[in-house]
Design a protein around this ligand. Sequence first.
Ligand code: GCU
Length: 415
Amino acid sequence: MKLKVFLSTALLVALTAAATNYDEEKAGDYTLPDPLVCADSTRVTNAEAWLQKRRPDILELYRENIFGRSPGAETNVTFNVWETSTNALGGAAVRKQIEINFSGTANGPFAHLLLYTPAGKISAPTFLCLSFGGNYAVIDDPAIAIFPGWNWKTKELGMPKNPVRGEAARNWKIAGTLARGCGIAIMDYREVEPDLPGGTGFKYGVRKNFPLPTTNGWGAIGAWAWGASRGLDYLVTDKDVDAQRVILFGHSRLGKTVLWAGAQDTRFAAVIANCSGEMGASLSRRDYGETVDDVAKHFPYWMCGNFQQFSNRWNILPVDSHFLLSLIAPRPLFLNTGSEDRWGDPHGEFLAARAATPVYELLSKTGITETNFPPLDEPLRHDITFNCHAGKHDVLPSDWDKFLDFADAHFPQKN
Ligand code: GCU
């Protein structure tokens, strides 16, 4: 993510460090709710009951208590494919630049989707990625338009000061993705709603167009997730993309976002949540690294107002992260973590993956049945894939190799 945002969040981490537990022995005792037991205590024993009854109930619990309710797919969102090159990246790719107008009026807000698909190929499995910065940063391609971006520190919208094309390329593997027959689409989450301190970005993003109650209306994560679905609305219309094989990717707060987007929008064929941590894939009832209290205190605007009631009262949460993971089932899910990302609690993500596994199995899919945390960089490859890279809270080039293996395993190339 952008350095300034990183420094601010690092400062928050430091400020809360005294209260943060990093001792496995002190992670606490807890009982997880069972995703297969309904509110009326009946047990879900078949796929139909899961899909018709329990899954909608869990989704509703998340809407009411955690991320809030979002609007549907509003029809006034418009798309303008303003640039197409069939000879991009030295002939390896078709490049498109698409303006998304979230209101269909001159007021926007607007997001700018960058799409590369392999040259000469139609209907490619495609990654839709939320990113922390401008499109110019993901690859050194002089044709990529540079737009003003929101700055966390100055709280202003402005042209990047010294934009360096490809400055974030180490977090991506665009040429390698294309070489393996997949497309990749990227959008800057700040364009959906700027991520400003205290949630003041609310005034400039998509939420201002659809005001909802603060108690159970969408927080910023809900807004970013909704934006991802609007990106998908475009992708499903593009013949170069296989609408049935769009894999949603996000890191960190965007890892939380993609889990929520994938939970709500089942058109996403698979989800990759990288270092998603607290209120992403790691268990909230475990006292290790970041906690519910930290999120409620420092990032209240990510969530709906009702979320605040769980600060210091994790045991009354009607859900835990394995519920969120189970909402992705039966679709493939990749949880990637980092050995040095103690704040994100990799072990808590592993345990959540195990706890979501009965739902995958009920739907005739495979989850994590291994009892031991895997060796670093040796993924447990199932319909839930779990990996912990050696390193920090980051997206590494070696992670992309694993994401591409995951895409190959679940969406074998047709042509
Ligand atoms: C903070 C926050 C995390 C989040 C991360 C990020 O560290 O506490 O929950 O994942 O920022 O998005 O970078």
